[in-house]
Design a protein around this ligand. Structure first.
Ligand code: DUC
Ligand code: ZN
Ligand code: ZN
Length: 474
């Protein structure tokens, strides 16, 4: 089998950093070699990657993407091919996407469809969570097969009535089952029925611009739903993972439950750390006028910086009240997609594309002193691996692990722009962001797929990861 040596770098894990060379044989890491300790003389490898002066980290794991998601009368613009390739460019070597069952369709059909979309098309490894778009006898029965199929987490929505929504009784039933099976329940925690009333009232009052999306989806709607999900988890004993947390009050709910010892976890996303409702209100361009703010319409929505949500998210990442950062990558172009909502915000497809930028954006938090280097690795790779049953193979650079490795240059620089990104989008939600770091080299299961600004992989390199049960529960 071909061997690869990554030489001269600083290997960073969630717990520390050390100078070491990494030897990969085929797809797996076989040794970490401290300088001057090579037992058998100089190691020769088929490929040598020079990592001098650079960080060597486990490949990023983005546990929340939506490739090809049908939403709002259109479909997320990244396919598994374009989306996973863009992820690779940004130092992510595994994604966990959401297979979709919408209300009234069969779970098995949704999952089969997602396998067909992904198989043979991915640049990096991928797994699936299963979305349940409503709970009935059929979907409850389907849950019995999830663990065998390597789908050990599933998502329900307290929002989007008529599309993905589950009511409290349905959620209770699914959680009872999840508790029995050891599945991790992922929750979109916003009070959808109340939001829909608020949104209709705003539109009736002529408040139709993208900014009002965030006003309708008030933080009280997120706090309330988060609390309700926690209590349903408490009653049933089902471990709970709340996705895309954006309100500081929702974090407080999670912290409260965790302090009582409940298995409750939360992720946030780069948009809730960096972007705000005030900037969305002020967004304007020659081409789109105040509809420019549509590029930042996502759910949960951007929050007010004046109210301190962004600072609170960074704090929660430091204190482990939030455990992970995923993207909720759900890209839509302005032309032909976001513009469906030009007349009123309810018709704007919800979503932001970030799969390519998560590692860089989070590294910028290291540069600005919000998080440590080790916490960067933990939030973006190690915890996602443990949370979603992949740790050992993924999320760590150690003998026996997959050769999913990123060489990151802290002296490099990355300018984010739609002109240079690899996502299938006609704009960037991150236009003009400057990162004091750069993804230099990316290996996926031992194969160099990005090196010196060149993509060396191929579609079909990425394989389905059959995940185990969460390794993060107390
Ligand atoms: N949020 C989004 O922004 N897009 C898709 C689904 C979701 O929950
Ligand atoms: Zn969601
Ligand atoms: Zn999502």
């Amino acid at each position: 089998m071909a061997t690869t040596l990554i030489k001269g770098g600083t290997v960073v894990s969630s717990t520390g950093r050390t100078e070491a060379d990494i030897l990969i044989d085929g797809e797996k890491v076989v040794a970490l070699i401290s300088p001057g300790t090579t037992p058998l003389g100089t190691i020769e490898a088929d490929t040598v990657v020079d990592a001098t002066g650079k960080y060597v980290i486990p490949g990023g794991i983005d546990a929340h993407t939506h490739f090809e998601l049908p939403f709002g009368g259109t479909e997320a613009s990244d396919t598994f091919e374009t989306g996973t390739r863009a992820a690779a460019w940004g130092g992510t070597t595994t994604v966990v996407d959401f297979a979709v069952q919408t209300t009234g369709t069969k779970v098995e059909d949704g999952l089969a469809k997602w396998h067909a979309k992904a198989e043979g098309n991915c640049a990096i490894d991928y797994g699936f969570h299963q979305i349940l778009g409503g709970v009935d006898e059929d979907s409850l029965k389907a849950m019995d097969r999830f663990v065998d199929e390597g789908i050990t987490s599933y998502k329900m929505f307290m929002a989007y009535p008529g599309v993905f929504y589950s009511d409290d009784g349905q959620i209770l039933r699914a959680m009872q089952k999840a508790a029995d099976l050891g599945l991790l329940t992922m929750m979109h925690a916003e009070n959808g029925p109340a939001i829909d009333v608020l949104a209709a009232q705003l539109v009736e009052a002529g408040k139709t611009t993208p900014y009002y999306h965030g006003i309708a989806r008030a933080w009280q709607m997120e706090e309330e739903a988060t609390h309700r999900a926690i209590m349903l988890g408490n009653l049933t004993g089902a471990p709970l993972y709340v996705v895309h947390v954006s309100a500081k009050q929702a974090v407080e709910q999670l912290a409260w439950a965790r302090d009582k010892g409940q298995n409750v976890f939360g992720e946030t996303c780069p948009q809730y750390l960096y972007l705000s409702l005030e900037e969305q209100l002020g967004a304007s361009s020659k081409e789109w006028g105040d509809f420019e703010g549509a590029k930042w319409v996502c759910s949960t929505p951007l929050r007010s910086r004046e109210e301190g949500h962004q600072d609170h998210m960074w704090q929660a990442l430091r204190t482990n009240d939030l455990q992970m950062v995923s993207t909720d990558h759900c890209p839509f172009c302005m032309k032909g997609q976001k513009e469906l909502g030009k007349e009123e915000f309810r018709k704007i497809p919800n979503g932001i594309g970030s799969v390519e930028h998560r590692m860089d954006l989070m590294y910028q938090g290291v540069v600005t002193g919000e998080i440590t280097l080790e916490r960067w690795v933990e939030l973006t790779s190690t915890t996602p691996a443990r949370m979603f049953g992949m740790y050992g193979a993924k999320g760590v650079v150690a003998p026996g692990a997959d050769g999913d490795i990123v060489v990151y240059d802290p002296k490099g620089h990355t300018s984010i722009s739609a002109k240079s990104h690899h996502m299938n989008m006609d704009h960037s939600a991150w236009e003009g962001f400057e990162i004091d770091g750069h993804v230099d080299t990316v290996l996926s299961r031992g194969k160099v797929i990005i090196d010196k600004g060149e993509y060396l992989g191929a579609k079909g390199d990425g394989k389905f990861v059959k995940r185990g049960l969460s390794q993060y529960l107390v």
